[in-house]
Ligand binder design. Structure first.
Ligand SMILES: [Zn+2]
Length: 232
């Protein structure tokens, strides 16, 4: 269970310092009834939660890193990275994460946010995302919050009324990770949105013991081993 979402007093957007908020896509409110979208930078809860996570990692550390980002959002600032490639899901120039047309170990950081639920072969996608990550690098993986439901619902096709998602992951995604990636530690990060107070989780997959320790040293109690071996 995640802690109760208490709306902060006088919320400020950690991405743009904006103080005006409005309804989210299709007029939705945050689960606790607060306004989720920053009027200034358009960020939503998850963008701010994981922006705070990257700031705890220390964005100055990324200055020499090569990055590839699968689908744009406000979570990261491309200017943090030494190089930054963007692939937009669904566009003709976009890469297919199930078969990525890039060499092995090409990037220090691979960012994949809200794409994996859009593909049929999520095992193949995870293996491909890790294949293009350097041995000392890491994969950042986010998808609609798996900590809100217990059981994954997978309908085996992209459901139009569910934004074209093949499935909604639940907490049992831990079994998928363990089956797909038995040798790969998957760290779960959970954070609180400074605007709405809502909690959400995402995953960091370090490729080396050094990267594992680097992440856990910086994120402290916000991060824990979710599946795979403790290689630290
Ligand atoms: Zn903002």
């Amino acid at each position: 269970m995640l802690p109760a979402a208490i709306p902060p007093a006088n919320p400020k957007c950690p991405i743009c310092n904006g103080v005006m908020f409005g309804p989210g896509p299709k007029g939705r409110m945050a689960p606790n009834g607060t306004l989720p979208r920053c009027v200034e930078c358009q960020s939503l809860e998850r963008h701010r939660i994981f922006r705070v996570m990257f700031e705890k990692l220390g964005t100055e550390n990324f200055a020499n890193w090569s990055a590839i980002q699968f689908s744009p959002d406000a979570t990261v600032d491309p200017s943090w990275f030494g190089s930054h490639e963007l692939s937009v899901y669904g566009e003709p120039s976009g890469l297919d994460i199930q078969s990525i047309d890039r060499p092995d170990a090409a990037y220090d950081i691979v960012l994949c946010s809200h794409v994996i639920e859009h593909v049929g072969n999520d095992r193949g996608a995870l293996l491909e995302l890790l294949r293009i990550t350097k041995p000392e690098g890491m994969l950042y993986l986010a998808f609609p919050d798996p900590f809100r439901e217990d059981v994954t619902r997978d309908w085996g096709f992209p459901k139009p009324e569910k934004h074209g998602h093949w499935r909604v992951y639940g907490g049992d995604v831990v079994k998928r990770f363990a089956a797909y990636l038995p040798d790969q530690p998957v760290l779960a990060y959970r954070g609180e949105d400074p605007v709405t107070g809502e909690w959400e989780g995402a995953f960091l997959l370090p490729r080396s013991p050094e990267r594992y320790r680097w992440i856990t040293n910086r994120l402290g109690s916000g991060v824990s081993l979710y599946s795979g071996p403790d290689i630290s």
